[in-house]
Design a protein around this ligand. Structure first.
Ligand SMILES: Nc1ncnc2c1ncn2[C@@H]1O[C@H](COP(=O)(O)OP(=O)(O)O)[C@@H](O)[C@H]1O
Ligand SMILES: [Mg+2]
Length: 374
């Protein structure tokens, strides 16, 4: 099988051992993945007894190699030679290392095994911290290469679809590991179940994300537009604070940048960015609204692709600080949409060219939707 031949290369010194692992990757990569809903994670995690943590570890010991093997195989068979770009090979090796660490960890049978297993998957999560910028680097290398050849080929969609699957899968893997690890917290804050905050105030998260985004805007431009937040600060719903913060941070950065660049050299009053939080029965919707001039209709189909940015100075993609720049990866919108979709929500962008942009972040309230399993 072509994929197993590729897996063997480079990853390990001993040929027979390498081949055995490669065969395992192929075998596990074809097994069925099992999804988990937000509600299930909440119910299960509300009783983090040693017995439940053991069950959780046993589930992960079977589930994680399946999900990781799929990604490793897919990384081997990307079009346009993307698989051979050094950055992509690096990511592929991280996936293989993690597959081995988990698959060949002794069977988890008791409390001690469980604690050791938890330490190990914590390390796995750290190993993959820089996957997003590293993949971005690989894709950017390919983009430069193809642009020089002057033939952006048909079927570049294929890479975009691959990246959607890849990042969606990464969100799921990190959620499962993060949730399991966080359930070991001996003194969780009230209402917190692992990574899930059952009483999360979207207005508060919007405030925090706004402060972070303004700080970066200030650093980059020397000034930052105001941000007004509308909504009941006492309204709460169950969600993962990290995810919501990440999405709002990206949306607010985009709005600040648009407004800033439009008003930088004008003496007109700078219109504030407005964030509106609405609590519906089915969805919590958060609108991030700016008067930054909008996006041309012809540009709209591109904004959710991984190759599109209008930032002039792409950040140093070799750097470790994922997401800490104002703009330039071109990854903010597509990745935020995946985070929203992960728990059954969505992200839409509506633009009025010449005026401004509204981003609608829909978050599903019920948390019943099954995990998307690419
Ligand atoms: N609020 C907005 N106003 C105007 N343009 C926007 C806005 N949000 C996004 N865009 C456009 O979409 C592009 C992609 O956004 P994004 O995915 O966040 O990547 P990045 O911000 O790194 O360029 C931006 O470069 C910009 O051209
Ligand atoms: Mg952005």
């Amino acid at each position: 099988m072509a994929a197993s031949g590729g897996v063997v290369r480079g990853a390990m010194a001993s040929e027979p051992l390498a081949r055995a692992v490669a065969e395992e990757v192929v075998r596990w990569g074809s097994m069925k993945q099992t999804g988990v809903s937000l509600r299930y994670m909440m119910e299960f995690g509300s009783r983090p007894t040693p017995r439940n943590l053991l069950l959780s570890a046993q589930f992960l010991q079977r589930e994680l190699p399946i999900r990781i093997a799929r990604r490793a195989l897919e990384l081997e068979s990307l079009p346009f030679g993307l698989s051979n770009k050094p950055a992509i090979l690096k990511v592929r090796d991280w996936y293989l290392d993690s597959f081995r660490d988990i698959r060949y960890f002794p069977e988890v049978r008791n409390r001690n095994d469980e604690l050791a297993f938890t330490e190990m998957i914590k390390m796995v999560k750290v190993r993959h911290n820089n996957v997003v910028p590293t993949m971005a680097l690989g894709v950017q290398q390919l983009k430069h290469h193809l642009c020089r050849a002057r033939n952006i080929p048909f079927g570049f969609d294929e890479i975009h679809e691959f990246l959607d699957r890849f990042y969606m899968s990464r969100i799921g893997i990190r959620m499962l590991i993060g949730q399991h690890v966080a359930l070991h917290d001996p003194e969780p804050e009230p209402g917190v179940i692992g990574l899930i905050n059952t009483k999360l105030s979207p207005v508060q998260v919007a405030q925090a994300a706004s402060e972070d985004a303004r700080a970066i805007c200030l650093r980059e431009y020397g000034s930052a537009p105001d941000i007004n937040i509308y909504g009941d600060p006492n309204f709460t719903f169950p969600y993962v604070a990290l995810h919501l913060h990440l999405m709002l941070f990206e949306l607010v950065k985009n709005s600040l940048r648009a407004v800033q660049e439009r008003y930088m050299n004008s003496d007109k009053d700078v219109p504030p960015v407005r964030i509106i939080v609405a609590d519906g029965e089915e969805d919590v919707t958060i609108k991030v609204s700016d008067e930054g001039g909008g996006i041309a209709r012809s540009g709209l189909p591109k904004i959710f692709t991984y190759l599109y940015t209008t930032a002039k100075n792409p950040p140093d993609l070799d750097g470790p600080n994922e997401g800490a720049t104002m703009a330039g990866y071109g990854f903010g919108l597509p990745i935020s949409r995946l985070y929203a979709q992960y728990f059954g929500g969505d992200l839409q962008i509506i633009s009025m060219e010449g005026y401004g942009t509204d981003a609608y972040l829909h978050l599903s309230r019920l948390g019943d939707s099954e995990e998307p399993l690419p």
